[in-house]
Design a protein around this ligand. Structure first.
Ligand SMILES: [Zn+2]
Length: 102
């Protein structure tokens, strides 16, 4: 799985998202049926969900107001950094889901 998002997100969001990931704000990451959901703490608590396939991100959502306006935010970026750093584990989970379907 390539988690490719750094070329499409703005630099300030990448920086903030990375900081969020590094300070441990990404909580309760659950990967089920190709959907990654996570809770990201900050000034408020937001829910991020990502729809992923083996090598691509299909859909990203976050319930914060910034995402609503810009289609990107530090919360989902933090979760993407989390996935990027746990990539082999995530790959395994996704593959087992795909195998079950086939
Ligand atoms: Zn957000």
């Amino acid at each position: 799985m390539k988690v490719e998002f750094e070329s499409t997100y703005s630099r300030i969001i990448l920086k903030r998202g990375l900081e969020y990931y590094q300070t441990g704000n990404v909580k309760r990451v659950v990967i089920k049926d190709g959907i990654v959901s996570a809770i990201v703490n900050g000034t408020n608590t937001y829910h991020v969900s990502l729809e992923i396939k083996v090598d691509e991100i299909l859909n990203v959502e976050c319930d914060c107001p910034y995402f609503y306006e810009h289609d990107e935010c530090k919360h989902n970026t933090a979760v993407l950094y989390y996935l990027k750093n746990k990539i082999s584990k995530v790959n395994k989970v996704i593959r087992s889901v795909d195998n079950r379907k086939n």
